[in-house]
Unconditional design. Structure first.
Length: 125
């Protein structure tokens, strides 16, 4: 019998993305300055860092995670689920949207403070 897939907890997701973004210290974007799950130079955004390398497909690009707030399904949701991130859970999708907003909308210098504040709001820190 196959064991069930163990999904990452919201705290696991937060810690993974926080560690990734702070270590990378740069936005994942294309040559036009548009945020990307994976950039041509190998960077990954908050959501892109959660997608397993063997499951990443360039066709996932172009639609931010906030699009899926009310969606029932989609390629990115399925890929995240296969990567052990249950983006079908409203609490998880809301956390992912907050993490995406930090990556996409804030300066890199603001990331440490904003990530710490997010962690406190969610009682992760």
């Amino acid at each position: 019998m196959l064991s069930p897939i163990k999904m990452l907890s919201p705290q696991d997701i937060y810690e993974h993305v926080r560690g990734h973004l702070l270590a990378q210290g740069a936005v994942s974007e294309d040559d036009n300055g548009s945020c990307r799950l994976r950039s041509p130079n190998g960077r990954k955004c908050a959501i892109g860092s959660l997608v397993r390398d063997d499951l990443y497909d360039a066709r996932l690009e172009g639609v931010g995670i906030s699009y899926y707030r009310h969606a029932q399904d989609g390629a990115l949701l399925r890929t995240l689920y296969a990567s052990n991130v249950n983006a079908y859970d409203p609490n998880v999708i809301n956390l992912l949207i907050e993490l995406e907003q930090i990556h996409d909308d804030a300066s890199v210098e603001e990331w440490p403070h904003l990530l710490a504040a997010l962690g406190k709001r969610h009682a992760f820190a």
